[in-house]
Write a protein that binds this ligand. Sequence first.
Ligand SMILES: [Zn+2]
Length: 313
Amino acid sequence: MNLIEKVDRGIYAIDQMWTGNPKFSSCYLIEGDKIALFDTGPTTVIDRVLDSVKKIGYSPGDISYLIFSHIHVDHAGGAGSLCKNYPHLKVFAHEKGVPHLANPERLYKSMKRVFGDNAEKLYGNVIPVPEDQLHPLKDGEIIDLGKDRKLEVFHTPGHASHHLSLYDEKNKVLFAGEALGLYFPEVNVCFPSTPPPEFDLVSAVNSVNRLEQLDIIKLLYTHFGSARDPHSAIQRAKEMLIDWGRVINEAMNESNDKSYIFERLSEEALKCINHIKNDTEKYNKYKELIEYRSTFTCGPGYVRYFKKGGQVL
Ligand SMILES: [Zn+2]
């Protein structure tokens, strides 16, 4: 299976094949005078990602920068392990996320709480990034890789308070991270990614509104690949964030029963795969994914947001 795709001039998507699952999690190798990786994935995929880096034509030592969309373990869990072997690496993340890379204890504990004994198997060890390798980023900063490759930092809270996206204005490429949710190129479907404890609907929609203003030819997701039509994908991401919020809020007003609330969200979310209803195998695959996420990530994220007094839009 080919795990590398050249998605634009000087930009390669690397499929992490996390838990053996193709086309779910990726990171991006970005070329300039300096070489950067945008997200790395958890420790369990690092060897595979470095193999792909070699296949693209670089040795792991050629990478200068690691830039993280956010510090959740599925995106940045491997940062510490990489830094241990490559102490020259500079690690960039939003200033609010940087302390958790230096001291990942809280991340590790929440990973253990959610995944129990499976956590290590899924994500591997999470070790600290040495402080002198860490570089906090603010909204509006530019990371200049040289050779006309400038990456502007957009602070895009919502999925997490410290989430950031990168915009390459010259080449009209947006590295969205998870700010626009998940995208499944196989079926041209996107949907919100709204996990507890930090998901914030108002921030998420404000972030989408900012990204919507950009001139984008290539829209790249960490989960997964590039959108066929960036502007309609952004539009849909916003509508779904708002619609899902309304459904959850309504269900919470009707009942305290979480399984009822999550079922209502599933029903709403399933609308996005209506167009593949005739392809039973594919439909069932995405149905299962939607039901899982409605119950374990997206639903609980909205519920927590509303319980904290969050606004409906
Ligand atoms: Zn993720």
